[in-house]
Design a protein around this ligand. Structure first.
Ligand code: MG
Ligand code: MG
Length: 444
């Protein structure tokens, strides 16, 4: 049954804003299809982010139509079906969806082929994400042709197709009040999960046992799902950036890198913490960790309104590259190894990405003229420097297999930034102290 506390107003405000950006014509925004995993089993359903951003509607088989003149929001959704609902659960049906979600009209999804050509008739522009889904593309082109067939009776068909993702992505890059609240909540739950993982970890457990602790904490606080497959990487596995096997034993003396965040009401958190399996950093681990932490501090310092997108990255790279020179991983001058890109042997990814309904959220990073975008209040992004040292004959053995990333989620504010994930322990002292608590607990 529906959640009675649902507030439709932020979604309606976004629709109004999108209509203003569209100016004229009609927009068609479809939600994601259900996807089969194997035989009769489906993947857990996840709506399309653009569609959800404008509707709050989470059922599959739904389409939003926005008409600019007169301004109207129309939902197509699954009709009520008492028998199917016994098997698959509650459906709003058009009538209830219209009133709860604040649409001007709602119809059964079964009426789509009949009503869409009528709605497209005499519209000059169709706003649609052409190419995102071939099945929808074919169906929409059929509707367009149906309208074109009526030209002799005086009906005009849209003569321009505009990509709806452009204005939507621009809007989604700046988070509104509701989104910031939800993102903080997703971050809070995810911070608890990282603390729990630190308290649970010890030599002899497996990576999957720690993954289970994360999932337990996500779910028991109401997060619907992990925002992405959790990375639980002990020792050298941390040097595989997208390691998701999560099946190796945790070894005494190794580090454990965890990159995990939950999704709450559609919004993602994305946190990485790296800590010693046995609760105490060794000297080389401590050196590299302190350097990655300093790189992150330098990057965070550059996150403020007006800063270029690349400034945090450049600041992080300078600190990391200096560390690589100090440890004897690289030779040459600081400017030299930055210019040549030699540091990329140990730091091969960028320092962050937009974060929101999608973990790698939509929105441009560069302006039309090729310059990096500037940060603005309301933008949310990750700041995640790292250092990954694979064993190699040219590298001092003390550093072999050290993989460290530290990732926080931040929101740009009017004066600087707000760190959404500050509750996940990060300093060497905080981590070692917390893990000592665990050892006391086990000793008793
Ligand atoms: Mg991450
Ligand atoms: Mg990330």
């Amino acid at each position: 049954m529906p959640n009675n506390t649902f507030d439709a107003s932020p979604f309606a405000a976004r629709r109004t804003q999108l209509l203003q950006r569209m100016g004229q014509g009609i927009a068609i925004i479809t939600t994601a299809p259900e996807r089969l995993r194997n035989q009769d089993s489906h993947y857990p359903y996840r709506f399309d982010s653009h569609f959800y951003y404008l509707t709050g509607f989470t059922e599959p088989e739904a389409v939003l139509v926005l008409q600019a003149e007169p301004a109207r929001a129309i939902l197509f959704c699954r009709p009520r079906h008492p028998e199917r609902e016994i098997w698959d659960g509650f459906r709003h049906g058009p009538e209830m969806a219209q009133s709860r979600f604040g649409f001007d009209a709602a119809y059964s999804i079964e009426e789509l082929d009949q009503r869409l050509p009528e709605l497209l008739a005499n519209q000059s522009v169709m706003h649609y994400a052409l190419g995102a889904d071939m099945t929808w593309d074919r169906r929409i082109l059929r509707w367009l042709n149906t309208v074109r067939e009526q030209t002799r009776s005086g009906v005009r068909a849209p003569h321009r197709i505009q990509d709806i993702r452009e204005p939507l992505s621009a809007m989604r890059r700046i988070k509104d009040e509701t989104e910031r609240m939800l993102m903080q909540h997703a971050a809070d739950i995810s911070c608890r999960a990282h603390r729990r993982a630190m308290l649970a970890a010890r030599p002899g457990l497996s990576e999957y046992a720690i993954e289970a602790e994360l999932l337990y904490e996500f779910r028991r606080h109401g997060a619907q799902a992990p925002a992405y497959t959790s990375i639980v990487a002990g020792g050298l596995n941390a040097c595989t950036l997208h390691y998701v096997g999560n099946a190796a034993p945790l070894r005494d003396g190794d580090l454990l890198l965890i990159d995990a965040g939950c999704e709450f009401d559609g919004y993602a958190a994305d946190i990485t913490r790296t800590f010693p399996v046995n609760g105490l950093f060794s000297a080389p681990q401590r050196d590299v960790y302190a350097c990655v932490l300093a790189a992150q501090a330098a990057a965070l310092d550059r996150v403020r309104p007006g800063a270029g997108w690349n400034e945090p990255h450049d600041a992080a790279v300078r600190v990391l590259a200096q560390g690589m020179l100090d440890w004897g991983l690289l030779k040459g001058s600081l400017d030299g190894v930055i210019e040549s890109g030699d540091y990329k042997q140990f730091y091969m990814h960028r320092t962050g990405h937009w974060l929101g309904l999608d973990v790698h959220d939509v929105g441009a990073y560069k302006q039309d003229n090729g310059d990096w975008c500037s940060l603005e209040a309301g933008m949310t992004l990750t700041v995640e420097p790292g250092c990954y040292i694979r064993p190699d004959d040219n590298i001092p053995t003390a550093f072999h297999g050290i993989g460290i990333r530290i990732e926080d989620d931040v929101c740009v504010t009017a004066n600087g930034l707000d760190i959404l994930t500050a509750a996940a322990p990060k300093s060497i002292d905080d981590i070692e102290n917390l893990m000592r608590e665990q050892q006391h607990a086990f000793a008793q």
